[in-house]
Design a binder for this molecule. Structure first.
Ligand SMILES: [Zn+2]
Length: 113
């Protein structure tokens, strides 16, 4: 990468000594590398992304496209149980609103509005 930039700057400097012409190349190379990373990530995670779409999971590319974060949207509908403050009650007396989980469902994820 550094070698490529060095050659571009040196060649470009010989043709045009204005600083603007040489400054645009790192942006072009950076955009090209970003697209390459994104395409590589899309290929690497093709099967996983398809599986996530089947389940309706949220897909977030990370690490410049070379990683993925998958998230079940139903987690958005969970909230801390106010009756037990998220503790679930005691072992002999579980909290009734959350049945001991400490979480309650506030809205079904497929219900809108
Ligand atoms: Zn509770």
């Amino acid at each position: 990468m550094r070698v490529l930039l060095f050659h571009w700057r040196r060649r470009n400097h010989a043709l045009d000594s204005s600083p603007r012409a040489g400054d645009s190349m790192p942006i072009v190379v950076s955009a090209w590398l970003a697209r390459c990373r994104q395409r590589l990530g899309d290929r690497l995670f093709t099967i996983d992304d398809a599986r996530a779409r089947v389940h309706g999971w949220q897909i977030t590319p990370i690490e410049g496209g070379l990683g993925r974060r998958y998230r079940e949207r139903r987690f958005d509908s969970l909230a801390t149980c106010q009756a037990c403050n998220g503790h679930g009650g005691r072992q002999d007396a579980l909290c009734q609103p959350c049945l001991g989980s400490g979480r309650v469902i506030v809205q079904h994820p497929h219900q809108e509005g």
